[in-house]
Design a binder for this molecule. Structure first.
Ligand code: SF4
Length: 371
């Protein structure tokens, strides 16, 4: 059964109403259980569960310590182009926004990569907008080939591709894929993606499958928090992650919790995601899926990232710039505003001071057979 078929079996409004009508007694009963079912997960996402964040945090922390230890994998993004043919209403790269459009040359990509590598980063996330005429699959393959010897691991966060295209990029050194569904609500998805290739809900929904089928060792998913009722949204993220973990046991599945940040276009979110909402989502996910990697990026402010550290996070970005060329020369063509602007060294020093090991390398490029 594909995830599109599974997704169709769930009624958004029924789940939303179930989540919003739970009581404190329902939550207390779930917290006494050994195993958290899908229904229990929904209960943990309810408004009633907000009063139970402390016991949830204790349990999430203990599960994460047992499964991952006191380690945080460090990565940084490299934006190679902010050209985009889509018009996602929440994104600074939306084609209607008047921002400086920059596509890096190979020499500029190498200069950015060198700056990032010099910061000590070994896990690189390659990001572009969706403009295949400006950055095609073969351009991305050339970039991966160029960078594969500079980093131990290359992940991509670009446009959805076919399994064959993902396989081609894997041959060029990519081993991880990040692709957010943005929202699992079909109607909202259609509204916030009014034009462009991204309008195809199912094609995007099945993208993580295609990456896993192509043999990517990590696949990251998530919803953009603030586009819809976050509790219902995170329920769908959880069942999607569980499906992927069961279906592709060789692939490590990670979940991110990106909150909408200020970007060109001044998009007004459906709801403002408070810190406690983000915390609750992360805790519920950890209690539901013990083995999922949980990712928090520099979208979050320094204080919040430190607060989240013991609660289940396993990966964090550091020293990030979100505009193409930004590591060597900052400009206004950002995808979103970075909130934690500490350097990699400062961030790692903070982790060590709190008893955590920053993991700069958890994979070796030589594990991938060159084509
Ligand atoms: S979210 Fe992605 S596809 Fe949409 S406008 Fe931004 S870069 Fe383009």
């Amino acid at each position: 059964m594909t995830f599109t078929q599974i997704h169709k079996e769930y009624d958004w409004n029924e789940i939303k109403s179930f989540i919003h009508s739970r009581t404190a007694d329902d939550v207390a009963a779930v917290l006494n259980k050994e195993t958290i079912t899908e229904t229990d997960f929904a209960v943990l996402l309810s408004p009633a569960a907000e009063k139970f964040l402390e016991p949830m945090a204790r349990e999430a922390s203990s599960i994460t310590l047992r499964r991952f230890g006191r380690t945080i994998k460090i990565y940084a993004p490299i934006y190679t182009s902010n050209e985009c043919t889509n018009s996602c209403v929440y994104c600074g790269f939306n084609r209607h926004n008047e921002i400086p459009r920059v596509t890096l040359t190979d020499a500029e990509i190498l200069a950015e990569a060198k700056t990032i590598a010099d910061m000590g980063i070994q896990h690189l996330l390659l990001v572009t907008g969706e403009s295949p005429k400006v950055v095609s699959v073969s351009d991305l393959a050339r970039t991966c080939d160029m960078l594969r010897d500079m980093f131990s691991s290359l992940s991509i966060e670009v446009f959805p591709m076919s399994t064959g295209e993902y396989t081609a990029l894997r041959s060029s050194g990519a081993d991880g894929l990040t692709i957010y569904q943005e929202t699992y609500n079909r109607e909202t998805y259609a509204r916030v993606h009014p034009a462009g290739r991204k309008r195809n809900f199912e094609w995007r929904l099945e993208t993580p499958d295609r990456g896993a089928e192509a043999g990517y060792r990590t696949v990251g998913i998530g919803a953009l928090m603030g586009l819809e009722d976050f509790r219902t949204e995170e329920f769908f993220v959880g069942i999607h992650a569980r499906y992927l973990m069961k279906q592709y046991w060789k692939t490590h599945v990670t979940v991110s919790f990106p909150r909408i940040r200020f970007a060109a276009g001044n998009f007004t979110p459906y709801e403002l995601i408070k810190d406690k909402n983000l915390v609750q989502s992360m805790l519920a996910l950890r209690l539901f899926l013990h083995d999922a990697g949980l990712v928090i990026s520099t979208r979050e402010p320094a204080g919040m990232r430190e607060h989240l550290l013991p609660l289940g996070v396993t990966q964090m970005s550091a020293g990030s710039k979100t505009e193409p060329g930004g590591y060597n020369k900052e400009h206004d063509g950002k995808q979103f505003k970075v909130e934690d602007d500490r350097t990699v060294a400062e961030f790692c020093a903070m982790l060590r001071s709190k008893g955590y090991d920053p993991v700069m390398k958890d994979w070796d490029k030589n594990f991938l057979v060159r084509s």
